[in-house]
Design a protein around this ligand. Structure first.
Ligand SMILES: Nc1ncnc2c1ncn2[C@@H]1O[C@H](COP(=O)(O)OP(=O)(O)OP(=O)(O)O)[C@@H](O)[C@H]1O
Ligand SMILES: Cc1ncc(C[n+]2csc(CCO)c2C)c(N)n1
Length: 253
C-alpha cells in the first residue's frame, strides 16, 4: 500500500516549496495565523461571507498597519458562493480591485466551501493532485451544522488533501487507500489528538507513536473512537480499513 506523508509545515514561518497550497477563508473569525496561511498560498479564495472576514479581520490581526493598506494587500483571487452573506460594500471593494466573483446562487444543494474546493480542483487540473493541499481557515467553532458540512467536504473530496483549521486545532482525512505517516511539528501542534472513523465503522486500525496505540482495533460511533489521545513522538503511523479523521490541537502562543 502506498505511503502518504502529512506535515503541518504551513504553520511555520518559512516552508519548503512543495506542496502547492490554496487557501479558502470561511465566514468565521480568522485564525490568528491567517496572514501566514495567506503568504504560503498560491491561490486565495473566500467562500461568500468569508470575504467579510478578510475585509474586517485582517486589519485587526495587523493592528500596526494602516487598515486600507492591509485590505489592498490581502486581495482574494476569487470570491465564490451563493452570495447571500457577503456585504455589498465588500463585494464592490474587491470587484473593483480585480477579484474574480463567481455567483452560484442557483445551487442551494452544496455549501460555499464545496463550491470553492470544486473551483480549486479545476484550477489545479494539470497539477499532480498529491502536490496540492487546500487549507481551510475558520472551519470550526460556531455553528455545528456548518462544522459537519465542512467535515463532509473532506469526505466528498476524499482524494484531495484538505485541512480544516481553526485557532485551536486542525483536521484532515486519512483515506483508507494509503498508509499514513504524520510528522508532528512539536513547537506548534500537539500533544492532544484524535482518530475518528467517518462514514462507517473501522473494522481494523493500527497506529504507532500514540500514548494509546490501536492494534487492529475496531472503532465505531457507539463503541470505541480514539479521542483525548496523546502523541508521544514526532512520527505517527496509521493504517486502517476505513477513512479516518485525524485531529490534533494547535498550541497557544
Ligand atoms: N459558524 C461556522 N462554523 C464553521 N463554518 C462556517 C460557519 N459559518 C460559515 N461557515 C463556512 O463558511 C462558508 C460561507 O459562510 P456563509 O455564512 O457565507 O454561508 P451561507 O451559505 O450563507 O450559510 P447559511 O445560509 O447556512 O447561514 C460556509 O459554507 C461554511 O463552510
Ligand atoms: C436536504 C437538504 N438540506 C438542506 C439544504 C440547504 N442547503 C444545503 S447547502 C445550501 C447552500 C448554502 O450556501 C443550502 C441552502 C438542501 N439543499 N437540501
Amino acid at each position: 500500500m502506498e505511503l502518504m506523508s502529512h506535515s503541518s509545515t504551513f504553520l511555520l514561518p518559512t516552508i519548503p516549496p512543495s506542496p502547492t497550497y490554496a487557501l479558502v477563508v470561511l465566514n468565521q473569525s480568522l485564525p490568528r495565523f491567517a496572514p501566514l496561511l495567506w503568504k504560503h498560498a498560491q491561490l486565495r479564495l473566500c467562500a461568500d461571507g468569508g470575504a467579510n472576514r478578510v475585509y474586517d479581520d485582517m486589519p485587526l490581526l495587523l493592528p500596526h498597519e494602516n487598515a486600507f493598506d492591509v485590505r489592498k494587500r490581502y486581495k482574494p483571487d476569487v470570491i465564490k458562493g451563493d452570495m447571500d452573506s457577503i456585504r455589498k460594500e465588500v463585494l464592490e471593494f474587491y470587484a473593483n480591485m480585480g477579484t474574480k466573483i463567481i455567483d452560484e446562487s442557483d445551487d442551494q444543494d452544496t455549501t460555499d466551501l464545496h463550491k470553492c474546493v470544486a473551483y480549486i480542483c479545476d484550477w489545479a487540473q494539470d497539477l499532480d493532485k498529491s502536490n496540492l493541499c487546500i487549507l481551510v481557515a475558520g472551519a470550526l467553532g460556531g455553528r455545528f451544522d456548518h462544522e459537519i458540512g465542512n467535515i463532509n467536504v473532506l469526505c466528498r473530496f476524499s482524494t484531495v488533501r484538505i485541512i480544516l483549521i481553526s485557532d485551536d486545532c486542525l483536521i484532515h482525512l486519512l483515506p483508507r487507500t494509503h498508509c499514513h505517516e504524520i510528522h508532528i511539528q512539536p513547537t506548534i501542534e500537539g500533544p492532544h489528538c484524535g482518530l475518528i472513523p467517518i462514514g462507517m465503522p473501522s473494522g481494523s486500525t493500527t497506529t504507532t507513536g500514540l500514548q494509546w496505540d490501536l492494534a487492529e482495533t475496531e472503532m465505531k460511533f457507539g463503541g470505541l473512537i480514539s479521542t483525548s489521545n496523546i502523541v508521544k513522538g514526532e512520527k505517527i503511523t496509521v493504517q486502517s480499513d476505513s477513512d479516518l479523521l485525524w485531529t490534533i490541537n494547535i498550541k497557544k502562543l
